[in-house]
Ligand binder design. Structure first.
Ligand code: 4AD
Ligand code: MG
Length: 431
C-alpha cells in the first residue's frame, strides 16, 4: 500500500492508499461515516460504509473525537463535485484519541480566546492558510536574492547599541559588561558585510518595545534587511520593486487555494506590477492635506495618513525624501537639501501602509560622526561602524521589510497578530 499525503491523492486515483493525520470533523448516517481528514498538506473526505469495515474498525469510528490523530486507508477517487478527490475508506487506526472537550468549536470565538488557544488554533483552516502564505513569502525572498547573487549573512540578536532609536529597545544585563539590547534590525552589521561580499541580506527575528497597541505592530517580528555596495537611492528602489513583484507572483502561483480559504480578493494582488507609484514626502503631505489630514511639512506620516494615501492607488507607493529630523542617524542627506534624506518607505495598497523602510547610507566619516553625536548616541559603541567609513567607504544603500506586514497584506487580514505563529504583543507573551 502507498503511504502518501492529501496533496498527492490525485496522482493515486484507483489505488488503495494510506494517510496519516487528524480527524478534522465527521458525521455519521447509520451505515455511512464521513470523516473530514487533514494531514497538513490539505483536507480530504473519507467515506466509510459499515459493510466494508470489520466490526472493530466500525466501532473505532463510532468512538472517534474531533482532533484525534488517525491513520486511514482507502481507495482514492474523484469526489462527487468533480473538483477534488476523496477516499472510499477501507481501514482506520486511532493513534491517539483526543479528549472530549476540544476547546475550539464551530461557534464564534473572540480574538482573545483564540489567541489563548493559539497552540490549537493554528490547526484551523484560516490559520493554516496564512502560515502557508508566510512560507511562500520567505522562500520567494531567499530565491530572489540567491538568483541575484546576494550572500545571506546572519546578523547578531544581542547587540551593544541601538539601530533604530533608543525608545523602543528591549534591554538586559549582560554579565559584567553592562547592558545588552535585542536587535531592532541587522542593518548596521550588514553595512560591514557589504564591504566584504558586495550584496547581502539577513533574515531573522527583531525586537521593538512598541508601547502602542495597533493592528500593525508586534514586539517580536521577522525582518529581512538587504544591503548593496556601490548602490545609490535609485538602485535601492529598483531592488525593492523587483523583490515585491517576485513575492506577489510566487504567492499567486503557489497559494491560490490558501487565498481562497482567506477569501482574499486576488484581483488586487494581480495588479501589483512595476513601476510602483513614486512621490516625495512633500508631495505626500500636499496630497494628505487635500484629504483633510493635519500633517505638517516636517512630520512623519501617521498610520491614518498611510491608510488614506494607499487607498488612492492600486500599486505600492514609494514615499521618498522624508525630513531628516524624523528619520534615523545613518540616512544620507539629500545633497541638494540636507533637511531631507535619501530614503523611501514603501507603502502597500488597500490601506496596508508601510512594509519597507530603506535609504542610502551616510558614507562620509565626519558627517556620520556628527550625526551620531546629534542623536546623542554613545560614540564609543559606534566606533566599529565608523571604521567602515575609514577603510574603503563606498556609496551604499539598503532596506528592511517586515515579514508580517507583507503577509498581512498578501492575506488581506485585519490584524498583524495572525500572521506570525506565536505573536508577541505589548499585552501578550503566551502561549
Ligand atoms: O522602517 P524600519 O524601522 O527600518 C529599519 O529597521 C531599517 N534598519 C531597515 C534597513 O534599512 N535595513 O523597519 C523596517 C520594516 C518596516 O517597514 C515594517 O515593515 C517593519 O519593519 N516593522 C514592523 N513590523 C511589525 N511590528 C513592528 N513593531 C515593526 N516595526 C517595523
Ligand atoms: Mg520605518
Amino acid at each position: 500500500m502507498i503511504s502518501t499525503f492529501v496533496k498527492d491523492i490525485g496522482a493515486n486515483v484507483g489505488q488503495e492508499i494510506e494517510l496519516k493525520g487528524w480527524a478534522y470533523n465527521f458525521r455519521s448516517s447509520g451505515k455511512i461515516f464521513f470523516l473530514q481528514f487533514r494531514d497538513g498538506t490539505g483536507v480530504t473526505q473519507i467515506v466509510y460504509s459499515k459493510a466494508a469495515l470489520t466490526e472493530e474498525q466500525w466501532n473505532a469510528l463510532q468512538s472517534l473525537r474531533i482532533e484525534s490523530s488517525v491513520i486511514v486507508t482507502g481507495k482514492a477517487k474523484p469526489d462527487r463535485a468533480g473538483t477534488g478527490f476523496e477516499l472510499d475508506g477501507t481501514g482506520v487506526t486511532i493513534v491517539s484519541l483526543a479528549a472530549e472537550d476540544y476547546p475550539i468549536g464551530k461557534k464564534e470565538h473572540g480574538p482573545d480566546f483564540l489567541h489563548d488557544m493559539r497552540h490549537l488554533w493554528l490547526r484551523s483552516p484560516t490559520q493554516w492558510a496564512i502560515q502557508r502564505v508566510r512560507d511562500t513569502v520567505i522562500h520567494a525572498t531567499y530565491d530572489y536574492f540567491r538568483e541575484k547573487g546576494f550572500t545571506k549573512i546572519d546578523s547578531p540578536i544581542l547587540t551593544p547599541n541601538a539601530c533604530e532609536g533608543t525608545t523602543e529597545l528591549f534591554e538586559m544585563d549582560y554579565f559584567d559588561m553592562g547592558k545588552a539590547y535585542l536587535s531592532q534590525s541587522g542593518q548596521l552589521y550588514l553595512e560591514a558585510a557589504v564591504m566584504s561580499f558586495g550584496n547581502v541580506f539577513d533574515f531573522g527575528p527583531v525586537f521593538r518595545a512598541e508601547k502602542s497597541k495597533t493592528r500593525r505592530h508586534l514586539t517580536e517580528f521577522w525582518m529581512m534587511d538587504a544591503e548593496m555596495a556601490f548602490c545609490d537611492h535609485e538602485g535601492n528602489l529598483k531592488v525593492q520593486e523587483e523583490l515585491i513583484c517576485r513575492i506577489v507572483a510566487d504567492v499567486l502561483k503557489h497559494n491560490r487555494s490558501d487565498l481562497a480559504i482567506l477569501e482574499r480578493d486576488v484581483t488586487k494582488l494581480e495588479k501589483i506590477q512595476a513601476p510602483f507609484v513614486r512621490m516625495t514626502h512633500a508631495e505626500a503631505v500636499a496630497k494628505l492635506k487635500e484629504l483633510g489630514s493635519d500633517i505638517g511639512p516636517m512630520d512623519d506620516l501617521g498610520a491614518d495618513d498611510e491608510t488614506k494615501l494607499t487607498e488612492l492607488y492600486e500599486r505600492p507607493i514609494f514615499v521618498e525624501k522624508y525630513p531628516t529630523v524624523v528619520k534615523a542617524f545613518y540616512m544620507k542627506r539629500d545633497p541638494n537639501d540636507p533637511t531631507h534624506v535619501m530614503n523611501a518607505d514603501m507603502l502597500a495598497p488597500e490601506g496596508y501602509g508601510e512594509i519597507i523602510g530603506g535609504s542610502q547610507r551616510e558614507d562620509d566619516y565626519e558627517t556620520l560622526l556628527q550625526r551620531i553625536k546629534e542623536h546623542n548616541l554613545p560614540v564609543e559603541q559606534f566606533n566599529w561602524y565608523l571604521d567602515l567609513r575609514k577603510y574603503g567607504s563606498v556609496p551604499h544603500s539598503g532596506f528592511g521589510y517586515g515579514l508580517e506586514r507583507i503577509v498581512r497584506w498578501m492575506c488581506g487580514i485585519h490584524h498583524i497578530r495572525e500572521t506570525i505563529p506565536f505573536p508577541r504583543l505589548i499585552n501578550r507573551l503566551t502561549p
